[in-house]
Ligand binder design. Structure first.
Ligand SMILES: Nc1ccn([C@@H]2O[C@H](COP(=O)(O)OP(=O)(O)OP(=O)(O)O)[C@@H](O)[C@H]2O)c(=O)n1
Ligand SMILES: C[C@](O)(CO)[C@H](O)COP(=O)(O)O
Length: 235
């Protein structure tokens, strides 16, 4: 009999962006690295993760590239259909959460950017384990550079103390009920949110940082492609 007390981990993969900073002819999640699209690399890594119960891509409804990628992924017992992307990232994640009709409020929801293909199994395992113990958890890396606040003309206004500053990544993992509450609160008081942890912070839920790696990069600009391909090859 399956352990009914076991909390399942549902992965939502936001992949409904347009990649404006990349400036490519197709959205960056469909650019090929090492013979496959970035989206395929990311989905395959999560599908291979034994701690993950199911994977749900979030895709723009009019996305012309997804059917071919979906076909190449084939039938996989853990790959759910797809949920429709929204105007903002948080809307896409909310649509994904709403589509997970079999989850419980205690189950964990793992959100991972479609454009972070270099994620490692041990990192996913670590952030899931921490979320299971502490509530919410995210991968992040400590800031290594000196940080400057710069005005509209490119002049330095101030140096920002980097002590205690980390760069958030994904996966970000939360109990489904708490994530749902934080997303609903965000709808009631809209303000830009570039990650899901910030929504939990707003409603007072603690989120734990798990030290990640620089090679879990988010493919954002053209110069990221060569680096991501290098990291994908160095498995
Ligand atoms: N409305 C949106 C916006 C973004 N994303 C996803 O969120 C992840 C991280 O976002 P980002 O790197 O900003 O991707 P884009 O929004 O596509 O890039 P840009 O901001 O350069 O347009 C990506 O996998 C992107 O597809 C999404 O699912 N829905
Ligand atoms: C969620 C994220 O990857 C954490 O760093 C980042 O905030 C995504 O931001 P984007 O503007 O959607 O790329």
């Amino acid at each position: 009999m399956p352990d009914t007390n076991k909390r399942r981990v549902w992965a939502i993969v936001p992949g409904a962006g347009i990649g404006s900073r990349m400036g490519s002819e197709r959205p960056k999640q469909y650019l090929e690295l090492a013979g496959r699209t970035i989206l395929e690399h990311t989905l395959e890594r999560l599908l291979d993760q034994e701690e993950i119960h199911a994977v749900l891509p979030v895709i723009r409804p009019d996305d012309p590239y997804w059917p071919e990628v979906r076909g190449r992924l084939g039938a996989h017992p853990k790959l759910l259909g797809e949920a429709p992307g929204g105007q903002e990232r948080a809307d896409s994640v909310a649509n994904g959460l709403a589509a997970l009709t079999h989850r419980t409020t205690q189950d964990l929801v793992l959100i991972h950017d479609a454009v972070r293909p270099c994620i490692r199994a041990e990192e996913v395992r670590a952030v899931i384990a921490t979320a299971g113990e502490t509530g919410g958890a995210i991968l992040a890396v400590p800031v290594a550079d000196t940080l400057k606040r710069v005005d509209g003309e490119g002049r330095i206004e101030a140096t920002v103390d980097r002590a205690g500053l980390w760069r958030a990544q994904t996966p970000q993992v939360f109990p489904a009920g708490i994530l749902e509450e934080a997303l609903e609160a965000a709808r009631a008081q809209p303000a830009p949110a570039t990650d899901e942890a910030s929504l939990l912070e707003r409603v007072g839920y603690p989120v734990q940082v798990v030290a990640g790696r620089e090679d879990n990069l988010k493919v954002t600009r053209p110069e990221d492609l060569a680096l991501a391909e290098l990291f994908l090859g160095a498995r």
